[in-house]
Design a protein around this ligand. Structure first.
Ligand code: HEC
Length: 171
């Protein structure tokens, strides 16, 4: 009798393991993704692009599959904005800069696209940027451990300033 209980328990455990495996793409953020998620959820002290928190219709060039967006800059990143809240033409973002693009299909945030400057960071790309892509429920869309491999191509196109595209598509 005991033996069957063990077999049954083992079977149940393997079903759970398989289910967890299948859900992997919706994994809760941990490590660097959780850090970025926590930083992105903070809204105090941020400056909005063009000083406006209005939702903008995504541009034709957007690689982000949501109909609306708005972008904000922490105090360190905001040093690279002019008085109108636009990116300085010679902008170079210092370490600690955090840029959060909120993505939505309505008016509540559904996903955060995050750029965090930290030269020499374990997950920074060659230009010192860490790329985060995290759903508002705290699950990972694309892990920052990929070092922006799916992001940098598009964000290197002509007209970018230190990888920024808001200035190019919302001048
Ligand atoms: C196919 C092109 C494309 C890809 C791929 C792409 N983006 Fe973007 N991104 C844009 C465009 C265009 C904007 C300007 C706003 C808009 O229309 O979405 C933008 C804006 C942003 C911003 C606001 C800051 C700024 O001015 O650029 C962040 C942050 C961002 N993207 C992060 C990411 C991350 C993280 C990834 C990868 C997971 C990524 N992007 C992949 C095109 C792309």
């Amino acid at each position: 009798m005991k033996k069957y209980t063990i077999i049954r328990a083992t079977f149940a455990l393997s079903i759970i393991a398989i289910t967890l495996q299948a859900c992997k793409k919706d994994e809760a953020a941990e490590g660097i993704d959780l850090q970025l998620f926590n930083m992105a959820q903070e809204t105090n002290g941020f400056t909005w692009y063009k000083n406006s928190d209005a939702w903008l219709a995504k541009s034709s060039g957007s690689g982000h599959n949501y109909s609306s967006l708005r972008t904000r800059y922490n105090t360190t990143a905001a040093t690279q904005l002019d008085g109108d809240g636009k990116i300085l033409t010679n902008a170079s973002f210092p370490d600690g800069s955090l840029i959060v693009k909120e993505l939505s299909n309505g008016t509540s945030v559904e996903r955060y696209a995050i750029l965090y400057k930290m030269d020499g960071h374990e997950f920074a790309d060659a230009n010192g940027w860490v790329w985060g892509y995290i759903n508002a429920d705290g699950t990972v869309a694309t892990t920052a451990e990929d070092k922006g491999s799916g992001c940098t191509g598009c964000h290197s196109q002509q007209g970018t300033i230190d990888y920024m595209l808001m200035n190019a598509y919302f001048p």
